[in-house]
Design a protein around this ligand. Structure first.
Ligand SMILES: O=C(CO)COP(=O)(O)O
Length: 260
């Protein structure tokens, strides 16, 4: 079985301007260095607003920080008359590693559907970015007990037409919508149920090797008090952290879950 390096990703959402971003990333870097964090045992990345990318890049390069960084969305197009969109080419030029695609807030407030998520995923991969494809059910679906089939349909949509080679590079984040920003963290077994099903689906769609290579994260109200139990589940390969990623000490603690 492949050994998957855990990934702890902070999604800042629409918080922090480019000056505040430097302050936050500096403090995060300090806490990780203070704790002698070994990035080989858990990768740490921050997904920041587009306007913060240059500041974060400058800091990471100057400090030779082990942190990587990413964006929260990307266009399905490469260039041209798409007002307000950001090309994966621009992100790659700024040293971006990851890009979140299909976050539930984009699906909900910007009408993004599986076809668009698929197009963005392909575009990111074509330009050397690693997509973090977000999937997960709302409360109604959870109450109806349909969380696995609902989420797997989103996975099928996101991976449609992807080669095995590309599929192996993708990160999937299972984020049940009812657990986002609510303080309502899914239990470790809730996370394992869906994360395990996602991996099994990738094995069906591709192969055991691809399924083994893909990191499947959990997201939704993750805190330093919940990360250890979540990471103990065999198909939870990391976390996508919202609110708690804005507190550098708390986020560093989450990243250092192996030391807890
Ligand atoms: O949406 C999330 C990360 O993408 C989760 O947000 P919270 O950690 O604030 O619940």
């Amino acid at each position: 079985m492949a050994t998957r390096t855990p990934l702890i990703a902070g999604n800042w959402k629409m918080n922090k301007d480019h000056l505040e971003a430097i302050d936050l990333v500096q403090k995060l870097d300090w806490h990780l260095k203070d704790g002698k964090h070994d990035f080989a045992t858990a990768e740490v990345t921050v997904l920041v607003p587009f306007t913060d990318l240059r500041s974060v890049q400058t800091f990471v390069d100057a400090e030779k920080s082990g942190l990587s960084y990413g964006a929260q969305d990307v266009s399905a197009h490469v260039s041209g008359a798409y007002t307000g969109e950001i090309s994966p080419v621009f992100l790659a030029r700024l040293g971006v590693t990851y890009v979140a695609i299909g976050h539930s807030e984009r699906r909900q407030y910007h009408g993004e559907d599986d076809a668009l998520v698929n197009a963005k995923t392909k575009n990111a991969l074509a330009h050397g970015l690693v997509p973090i494809v977000c999937v997960g059910e709302g409360l109604d679906v959870r109450k109806a007990g349909e969380q696995v089939s609902y989420t797997l349909a989103q996975v099928d949509g996101a991976f449609e037409g992807l080669s095995a080679e590309d599929a192996a590079k993708v990160v999937v984040a299972y984020e049940p919508v009812w657990a986002i920003g609510t303080g309502e963290v899914a239990t470790p077994s809730d996370a394992q149920e869906v994360n395990g099903a996602i991996r099994a689906r990738l094995a069906e769609l591709y192969s055991a090797e691809v399924a083994d290579a893909v990191r499947v994260l959990y997201g939704g109200s993750v805190k330093s008090s919940s990360i250890v139990e979540l990471m103990a589940e065999k198909d939870v390969d990391g976390a996508l952290v919202g609110g708690a990623s804005l507190d550098p000490e708390e986020f560093a603690k989450i990243a250092r879950f192996q030391q807890a």
